[in-house]
Design a protein around this ligand. Structure first.
Ligand SMILES: C[S@@+](CC[C@H](N)C(=O)[O-])C[C@H]1O[C@@H](n2cnc3c(N)ncnc32)[C@H](O)[C@@H]1O
Length: 227
């Protein structure tokens, strides 16, 4: 088994980076994902697992809408921020749990939804498939996987031009976004995969793809239903 903490991305273990994480991420609005899950039948009784929950940008607001939200995080530094936020917000529905894609053991009622944002690419493809299979195992039949990640929506021969373009458009201020150097490091050392490899992985893991969208050929969003 890979050591998930060693693969978590060194920046996610760095208190300075984590301290500036929300500003750097741009605090994406969780509303659309919450609305999407509600439109798929989730309610105040539903169980949601957020894998690689980070500082709780989704898990914290989700805990105001769903019955039980389990925020799973491998980095102790991220978990500390998450726990502090959960305590400050006083949300009884929110649980912060130490674990990862390959190690979190779900207990209690099966999940109605699993959410994960910009975290699965930390695992190489073989382990990604096993993680997806584990996610299917946490969900009830008909349960939903809402996944956002960096995936490559282009043919191999387009790689250089698409990635050059992505790097060329990167902002310069590391406090408010990922810079060219950071994106280059992502390409070099992390495990974003091609869309046309990833979609068969979802199918092999037991999911039907209900919808997908891509932005800038790199930022993917999927809604999948467990068969
Ligand atoms: C880019 S952050 C995204 C955090 C959050 N999902 C968000 O969108 O704000 C990636 C997170 O995944 C966590 N992570 C990395 N590898 C993981 C693993 N194998 N299992 C669970 N979490 C992991 C990191 O510690 C980090 O908090």
């Amino acid at each position: 088994m890979p050591d998930e903490l060693a693969h978590a991305g060194p920046e996610h273990l760095d208190p300075d980076f984590v301290g500036g994480f929300d500003r750097k991420q741009g605090r994406p609005d969780p509303g659309a994902d919450i609305t999407l899950l509600r439109s798929r039948g989730l309610s105040a009784e539903s169980v949601v697992v957020d894998l690689g929950a980070g500082t709780g940008q989704f898990a914290v607001p989700a805990a105001r809408h769903f019955g039980r939200v389990v925020a799973v995080e491998i980095s102790p530094v991220m978990r500390d921020v998450l726990r502090e936020r959960a305590t400050a917000e006083g949300l009884p529905a929110l649980e912060c749990v130490r674990g990862g894609f390959l190690t979190y053991e779900h207990s209690g009622a099966p999940a109605d939804a699993v959410f994960t944002r910009h975290a699965l690419h930390q695992l190489p493809d073989f382990w990604k498939v096993l993680a997806l299979r584990r996610i299917a195992g946490m969900l009830r039949p008909g349960g939903v996987l809402r996944l956002h990640d960096l995936l490559y929506d282009f043919a191999p021969e387009q790689a250089e031009s698409v990635l050059d373009d992505w790097l060329a458009k990167a902002p310069e201020d590391p406090a408010t976004a990922y810079t060219r150097e950071e994106l280059a490091e992502h390409i070099r050392t992390e495990h974003s995969t091609f869309r046309w490899l990833f979609e068969p992985m979802l199918t092999a893991a037991g999911f039907e793809i209900a919808d997908s969208s891509f932005r800038a050929s790199v930022f993917a969003s999927y809604t999948c239903v467990k068969r």
